[in-house]
Design a protein around this ligand. Structure first.
Ligand SMILES: [Zn+2]
Length: 394
């Protein structure tokens, strides 16, 4: 089996001729210590942390960085001058103050992300192939454009479809352009496949939201190939971890990100145990973060990858708070005629809007106590979520 492309990605960037755990960890400790020293020297946000660590294990003793910190101290966390910033991603946090969390990137950060996307996409696309990109296109350094750039550099053709197209528009684009590869969110992919069929599509990379097992399996059955899940977040400049030919977890860009898994009390868990992912972004030029609590739930796989790479792998990732949504996914998407659904809670009661392929009527299994409106999907409909899915509270 071919080794994950993450190995070459890291070796090229770090000037290494081989990559074992010892090399990876030496790179990590070195970069971490450079950040700590520079924070002390510039009297930066992390100035009160030790100037140097003797081992990566000592990272466990440092305090966490939270969404609240990103909302209130984003300027102080910034290492470069504002003029070097190419992109700011900002949104309202779920934190208590409701202030906007801001994350900054330089051109170098975006360039590293394109390299990582090339490593991840290089596993499934080839020169001449056509890739439909169903992520937002929001300007030069937006997610859609960074993916399109990686596709172009691999010698393939990007189809910039974005988000929010109707099923009819998606189907027309697929018939016209004959894409063989899809890059987009997992539930939106399943929904499109169930309504439009797979057409010329053969492979898919999914990211941007959790990929429930039932959705993964259903997509793989329709496509007849394994999916390539990717994990990224704004705090790691959108690209984080990629699937290799073994399809057993996602290799992390460990020369840029140190991963830890913690329990509810904040204690670091051994590999193999599930908990919250904490990241230290040692490779980000604009805004390196130390022990940032992601709010994502996953584990680090404890065994060696069959591809031979020693780069750590994350298992499937979901938001900490989406356990109930997963149960709904499991019940609803198990049924082949469910095209999509949206969940909302009003005064404690669960309301579901379900789009179906055909009219299953009373055959549709729904959760106990939920009020459900179901109707057959039309080609004028759009997938019911444009971004990350959650149960809306009213
Ligand atoms: Zn692997």
């Amino acid at each position: 089996m071919k080794r994950s492309r993450i190995d070459n990605f890291i070796m090229e960037q770090e000037g290494l001729s081989r990559l074992t755990r010892a090399e990876i960890e030496a790179v990590q400790l070195n970069k971490l210590n450079r950040i700590l020293a520079s924070e002390k020297a510039r009297d930066g946000y992390y100035r009160n942390l030790p100037e140097q660590l003797d081992s990566l294990k000592e990272l466990e003793t440092l305090p966490f960085t939270t969404d609240e910190d990103l909302a209130h101290h984003a300027g102080g966390l910034l290492l470069t001058s504002q003029s070097q910033i190419q992109r700011v991603l900002s949104d309202a946090t779920s934190g208590t103050t409701g202030a906007a969390k801001r994350v900054f990137y330089t051109e170098g950060d975006c360039e590293h992300t394109v390299d990582l996307f090339m490593a991840g996409l290089g596993e499934l696309i080839f020169p001449g192939s056509v890739t439909m990109i169903c992520f937002p296109f929001s300007g030069q350094y937006g997610l859609g454009e960074l993916i399109a750039e990686a596709v172009l550099r691999l010698g393939a053709t990007p189809l910039r479809l974005g988000v929010g197209l109707s099923y009819g528009e998606l189907k027309a684009a697929m018939e016209r352009e004959q894409p063989d590869t899809y890059v987009g969110m997992p539930v939106q992919l399943l929904s499109m496949l169930r309504v439009c069929g797979c057409g010329s599509l053969k492979r898919a990379l999914v990211s941007g939201d959790g990929c429930p097992e039932v959705v993964l399996k259903a997509c793989e059955t329709i496509l007849g190939t394994r999916l390539f899940p990717h994990y990224g977040s704004r705090e790691m400049a959108l690209g984080g971890a990629i699937t290799c030919p073994a399809h057993e977890g996602m290799h992390l860009r460990e020369n840029h990100v140190i991963a830890e898994i913690i329990d509810k009390a904040g204690r670091v868990l051994p590999h193999g145990e599930w908990g919250e992912l904490v990241i230290t972004t040692i490779g980000m030029e604009a805004m390196p973060l130390i022990r940032y609590r992601t709010g994502d739930y996953t584990r680090i796989l404890p065994t060696a990858c069959p591809c031979g790479s020693e780069v750590l792998r994350l298992d499937t990732v979901r938001r900490l708070e989406t356990g109930e949504l997963l149960q709904l996914d499991d019940l609803l998407f198990r049924q082949n005629y469910v095209a999509d659904y949206r969940a909302e809670r009003r005064e404690g009661r669960l309301y579901l809007t379900v789009l179906t392929v055909g009219t299953p009527g009373a055959d549709l299994a729904i959760p106990d106590g939920a009020e459900t409106e179901q109707r057959p999907v039309t080609m004028e409909d759009r997938p019911l979520y444009m971004g990350k899915r959650k149960i809306d509270e009213r």
